[in-house]
Structure formats: structure tokens, C-alpha cells
Design a protein around this ligand. Structure first.
Ligand SMILES: NC(=O)C1=CN([C@@H]2O[C@H](COP(=O)(O)OP(=O)(O)OC[C@H]3O[C@@H](n4cnc5c(N)ncnc54)[C@H](O)[C@@H]3O)[C@@H](O)[C@H]2O)C=CC1
Ligand SMILES: O=C([O-])CC(=O)C(=O)O
Length: 342
């Protein structure tokens, strides 16, 4: 029996993401929550002849409580998307409060659920969720995931375009750091070595830049009508499905996610925290408490952090990681301070 809750289910990401979970055989109940339009989305999906039971809730009549109670996995694509000319950080003013309120609901009604945060700016919204869960004494770092899967998906697609003989599905690129611009660091030296070795320095730089700013490509092409929704729904589903498979005892699944490190008991967290903060960050900027890294999944959630990839990356990638930590420490501190100041 697995209940999945999608918060922001009537949105551009929420709808296709909910469709995919309606088709997932692990899911017995799918609860949709949104502040608008969700009864229609829920009714529509409920006609699909898969066995997953559909529930949909607006905020009135304790909707959030009902959507979250008994939930095993909560996925959050709630909040506003970018328009051309905006950075992800420009979304903080609106989305931080939305995420705080949803996190308070999770702390109260689904304190032991796995939580996947899609809403931007991920580098700050994930720290917001962690702070709320900590305040309520229900924080378990094994169960909190910042969704950076779309960066990996893009990296696989873009590197395949440069490969002579391999399709996108042949790649499993690791992307480290965070989820915005220069905080996104694909490490092709570790995951696509054959293709990577053949590229010139200019080609390597262009490939990395394309992954870092892939979101902008979509924002520009949509021309005011939002940001990535369909590729994001796919990516969110990919991580969610991997987690459901791990919960159901499929061994050795590795996915990348923006994971909490500081004071965490997860295997590899202390080593990751030390390496990032001592070797990749200026001593005068605040701690980088979260970082996107490959993790091994189990029925407990994040079982192990594969931090040693940080030691293996090449000199140029190390330089990029150092640039990433500067921005990331500010983004994380901003999220944490938002809750400390509330
Ligand atoms: N992590 C990632 O890689 C990516 C993250 N995103 C982010 O995902 C978020 C959602 O994007 P879209 O689906 O395109 O936006 P959208 O505007 O189409 O949908 C957002 C939905 O959230 C709902 N919502 C607003 N406040 C809410 C609340 N308090 N509780 C529940 N639902 C609420 C809205 O009613 C709407 O249905 C944005 O912040 C966007 O930047 C988008 C793409 C990739
Ligand atoms: O670019 C955006 O604002 C949405 C996003 O995070 C992405 O597509 O990577």
C-alpha cells in the first residue's frame, strides 16, 4: 500500500507528473492537492482504468490534511515558474512562503513521508523544508530530496548529441552542486569518458554551459508561457519511481539528488561535507550544508552518499565546483534565514 501526494498537481508539471503516477503499479492511492483546478484534473485522471485510487483536494475542508495524511511520498511542484529575464532566485519571494506552508503541513500530517522538492529556487526551497522539519523535530535527511534529476536528463541528452555511436539512454551522467546556472556542475569526465575525451576544450565548455543553462533554453522557447514542464515531469517521475522501486527492495539504485549533509548520519555525508567545505569553498562563505551528489537508495531512502566522485573529477570540473559553492552557500543561507527569521 503506497500513497503518493502531489502538491501543485494542477500545474504545468503537476498534471503530467500525476498522470505518470496514476500509471505506476507501486502506487495504490494518488492524492492531488492544489489551490485551484484540482477537482477537474482529478476527475479526468480518475477515468483511467489503472488500479490506483484517485483523490483530489483544494485547501478548503482540511484539504491539505486529507491529501497528506497517510502519505508515503510527497512531491512538490507547487509555485510560480520563471518568465524570460528572470533567474530562479527571483521566484524566492513567492515560492518560499508556499514551500514553508506545505512543509508545515508535511511536518504535521505526514512527518515520516519521503519528500521530493521540485519548486524553485531548489537551492533555497530544500533548506526551507529542512528547517521546518527540524523545527518540528521530524527531520530525517534520508527522506528529503531536492530534485536535480532534470540536469542529469539534459546532460545525457546533450552529450549524446555529440556522440558518434551512442544514444541518450546509453548515458548516466552525474551532475553535482545545485540547481541553477553555475551551481549546476555536470561531471562528464566520470560518466561519459569516451565522448568527453574526444572533445576540444571549447566543446567541453559549451556542453557544460548548455547543461547549466538548459532551463533558460526552455524559458526562452516558451516565450512567457512558463518553463520546463514535460521534461521536468519525466525527471520528477524518474526519481520518484526509482525511490518507489527502492522502497520495494530493488537493490543498488543510484540517483543524483540535492541532499542534506551537515551533521547527517547517512554513510558518506560527513566525508562529503568536509570535502566540499574544506577543499571546494572559500573559508569566509557560510557552510554548504546541501549538495547534489549520487546517492544509493534503499527502503530507508538515501542509504549512502557516493561522495568520492568529488575526488575523481578533473581539474576543470574542480574549478567549476569551486565556483558553484560560492553561489550555493548564499542560496542555502537565504533559505535557512527565511525560516529562522519567521
Ligand atoms: N527542479 C527543477 O528541475 C524544476 C523546477 N521547476 C519549478 O517547478 C515549479 C512549478 O512549475 P510549473 O508547474 O511550470 O508552474 P505552474 O504555475 O504551471 O504550476 C504550479 C502549480 O502550483 C499551484 N500552487 C500555487 N500555490 C500553491 C500552494 N500553496 N499549494 C499547492 N499548490 C499551489 C498553482 O495553482 C499551480 O497549479 C516552479 O517553481 C518551477 O520553477 C520547473 C522546472 C524544473
Ligand atoms: O529554468 C527554470 O526556471 C525551470 C528549471 O528549473 C529548469 O528547467 O531547469
Amino acid at each position: 500500500m503506497v500513497k503518493v501526494t502531489v502538491c501543485g498537481a494542477a500545474g504545468g508539471i503537476g498534471q503530467p507528473l500525476s498522470l505518470m503516477f496514476k500509471l505506476n503499479p507501486y502506487v495504490t492511492t494518488l492524492a492531488l492537492y492544489d489551490v485551484v483546478n484540482v477537482p477537474g484534473v482529478g476527475k479526468d485522471l480518475s477515468h483511467i482504468d489503472t488500479d490506483t485510487k484517485l483523490e483530489s483536494y483544494l485547501p478548503e475542508n482540511d484539504g491539505l490534511e486529507k491529501a497528506l495524511t497517510g502519505s508515503d511520498l510527497v512531491i512538490i511542484p507547487a509555485g510560480v515558474p520563471r518568465k524570460p529575464g528572470m533567474t530562479r532566485d527571483d521566484l524566492f519571494a513567492i515560492n518560499a512562503g508556499i514551500i514553508r506552508d506545505l512543509a508545515n503541513g508535511i511536518a504535521q500530517f505526514a512527518p515520516s513521508a519521503f519528500v521530493l522538492v521540485i519548486s524553485n529556487p531548489v537551492n533555497s526551497t530544500v533548506p526551507i523544508v529542512a528547517e521546518i522539519l527540524k523545527k518540528n523535530n521530524v527531520f530525517n535527511p534520508q527522506k528529503l530530496f531536492g530534485v536535480t534529476t532534470l540536469d542529469c536528463v539534459r546532460a545525457n541528452t546533450f552529450v549524446a548529441e555529440l556522440s558518434k555511436d551512442k544514444e541518450a539512454s546509453a548515458f548516466d551522467t552525474r551532475v553535482l552542486g545545485g540547481h541553477s546556472g553555475e551551481t549546476i556542475v555536470p561531471v562528464f569526465s566520470q560518466s561519459a569518458p569516451e565522448v568527453y575525451k574526444e572533445l576540444s576544450d571549447e566543446q567541453k565548455a559549451a556542453l557544460v554551459h548548455r547543461v547549466q543553462f538548459g532551463g533558460d533554453e526552455v524559458v526562452k522557447a516558451k516565450n512567457g508561457a512558463g518553463s520546463a514542464t514535460l521534461s521536468m515531469a519525466y525527471a520528477g517521475y524518474k526519481l520518484g519511481h526509482a525511490l518507489l522501486a527502492a522502497i520495494n527492495d530493488t537493490p543498488n539504485i543510484i540517483e543524483s539528488t540535492f541532499v542534506y549533509l551537515k551533521d547527517s548520519k547517512i554513510k558518506g555525508a560527513a566525508e562529503a561535507f568536509k570535502y566540499i567545505n574544506e577543499k571546494l569553498k572559500d573559508s569566509d562563505s557560510s557552510d554548504v550544508d546541501f549538495f547534489a551528489l549520487p546517492v544509493v537508495l534503499s527502503s530507508n531512502g538515501i542509504e549512502e552518499i557516493k561522495w568520492d566522485i568529488l575526488e575523481k573529477v578533473d581539474a576543470k570540473e574542480t574549478e567549476l565546483l569551486k565556483i558553484a559553492t560560492g553561489q550555493l552557500s548564499k542560496n542555502i543561507a537565504k533559505g535557512t534565514a527565511f525560516i529562522a527569521g519567521n
